[in-house]
Design a protein around this ligand. Structure first.
Ligand code: APR
Length: 247
């Protein structure tokens, strides 16, 4: 099937749909200049996740971990949502029951105007008290450029930690519940994810098991490519734009 035929096939399915769920990963932000994790030039090519994205790494060297998150916050603050984010924001208003589950912590979906984003792996722009002192909310938004790393909790003086889900940590129960509800859909589309990190990697096939038509958009094949009904090989900012033009 040519890419054009695949684009038309997805557009055809979307034209008559109302319950549409999209699962996104780092590939959606690639065109905004945000490196992915595992692609070429990806973050995990130059850093070891166990040195930067685990609670043990933070306990060992909170300053190193914060230097890395502060760098990423700076990168994202200077970036702009791209066409992929824009199309999904349009779809969030087009489809009566649209759900977007993102693994991305950059907040670019929200900046593009998508509401009700399910942040499966948390947010770069949120923090929480490492000591869980209980005198602050479980996590809260803090977009400041910290002049001291690690930043401190105003209530107990302990360290603040980034509001992201690290390897080995559970997904927020609210995000899990909202994602479970979102999988009852007519169409589930996975965009820009390598489909190797669970439980997020199992979402599109779980929707398929509930009867949804499933599709994937990614320039490269992933472990999910053979499991979905339609795999479209191409960059999200281009393929989503072309699908949208046919709606
Ligand atoms: N459009 C669509 N997909 C793209 C594009 C693009 N322009 N550029 C790259 N990709 C694809 C790559 O082919 C790759 O399959 O995006 C995928 C990015 O994969 P990862 O870097 O593994 O990112 P992701 O799947 O989001 O990672 C999952 O792992 O490191 C943790 O918590 C982190 O949320 C992250 C999770």
């Amino acid at each position: 099937m040519s890419q054009d035929e695949a684009v038309e096939r997805l557009a055809e399915r979307l034209r008559g749909a109302s319950r549409v769920t999209v699962v996104t990963g780092a590939g959606v932000s690639a065109a905004s200049g945000i490196p992915t994790f595992r692609g070429s030039g990806g973050l995990w090519r130059n850093h070891r996740p166990e040195d930067l994205a685990t609670a043990a790494a933070f306990a060992r060297d909170p300053r190193l971990v914060w230097e890395w998150y502060a760098w990423r916050r700076g990168l994202v603050a200077a970036a702009q949502p791209n066409r992929a984010h824009e199309v999904l924001a349009l779809w969030s208003r087009r489809f009566p029951r649209f759900r977007l589950i993102t693994q991305n912590v950059d907040g670019l979906h929200e900046r593009a105007g998508t509401s009700g984003v399910i942040r499966f792996h948390g947010s770069l722009w949120e923090v929480s008290c490492w000591g869980a002192c209980g005198r602050m909310p479980a996590r809260w938004r803090d977009e400041r450029t910290f002049d001291r790393l690690p930043p401190r909790c105003d209530a107990c003086g302990g360290w603040l930690r980034p509001g992201v889900v690290w390897f080995g940590e559970p997904i927020d129960p609210e995000a899990l519940e909202a994602s479970g509800e979102a999988l009852d859909c007519e169409i589930c589309l996975a965009v820009g994810t390598s489909a190797v990190v669970y439980p997020a990697a199992g979402l599109v096939t779980a929707a398929g098991a509930r009867g949804a038509f499933t599709a994937e958009i990614n320039p490269e094949a992933t472990p999910a490519s053979a499991a979905v009904d339609l795999a479209i090989a191409g960059p999200a900012e281009d393929v989503l734009d072309r699908v949208d033009r046919r709606l």
